[in-house]
Design a protein around this ligand. Sequence first.
Ligand code: COA
Length: 284
Amino acid sequence: MAARKREATKVEKHNGISWLIMNRPEKRNAMSPQLHYEMDETLAELETDPDTKVVVITGAGGNFSAGQDLRLFFRAMEKDPAGRKRSQEAANRWRWERLYNYDKPTIAMVHGYCVGGAFMQLLATDFAIAAEDAVFSLSEVNWGILPGALVSKVVADMVLPRHALYYACLGDPFDGKEAARIGMINYAVPKANLEDEVVKLAEKLMKKSPAVLKATKQAVRQVRTMDFWQSYDYLAAKGQAIKVGDNEDSYNTGLRQFLDEKSYKPTFEPFKLGTLVTHQTKKK
Ligand code: COA
């Protein structure tokens, strides 16, 4: 199938980081059906792209996203049930199914507005850093709908119930510092430092074993809804599963570098990648 022409998104790749940018700045990156299709397809591509180690989701023109496009995603689709179904499926797939289960680490970089439906991708990413003056708003109550798709659910899962009810029922805007205080993002930084802070986090993530990092994020997400007995069992199986297809043989490499070579301290830093001792290298 021919690749879709990119009209509402763009991708920039630098040193292992792929910046996936919602790109409708004149509409504050409101999410149209076209934007959803492009985000869905591009995330699928980047997941297996060897040059992509970390994906950053952000928006062009100084804003993250003003949420669903009220004209193109809502009103226009009312008379087009097939288009509505197709675009809803794509919207949910990239903002939740793909990002929540993504093989590679993901970071949301939030500046300017982050409104309504944009909370899905905000909360599905593994990490989120915002500018202190970013403006978050669960605006749905202000224009007559519920925080739909999964927004109510993921907000309720992420923050304490009082915060979830307060911001969903009031629809009041709040800034990056407040988003960090209530646990919606990891931290807020001055706008001038935002990109540098995101790169710093991405670089730390790229120093970890990709196989162990992927399994760790999956494990932390999965055990939330398991009981203790299921968690014991799942984590033991997952621990074994990491070893299959781990190009770094992380467990043995990590032990070797600490116990035999004394070249790092796991309390403070990861073992060095790319030093696998294979049967072949041993023989030389
Ligand atoms: N859907 C459709 N169009 C949107 C939009 C949205 N969610 N958000 C912004 N736009 C459009 C505006 O209609 C305007 O289009 P126009 O230039 O053709 O008139 C353009 O983007 C710029 O928006 P404007 O309101 O003039 O910019 P602003 O910087 O003064 O305000 C917001 C920005 C985000 C505060 C304001 O546009 C807003 O409240 N948008 C709605 C956000 C929302 O409730 N989203 C929830 C959807 S689930």
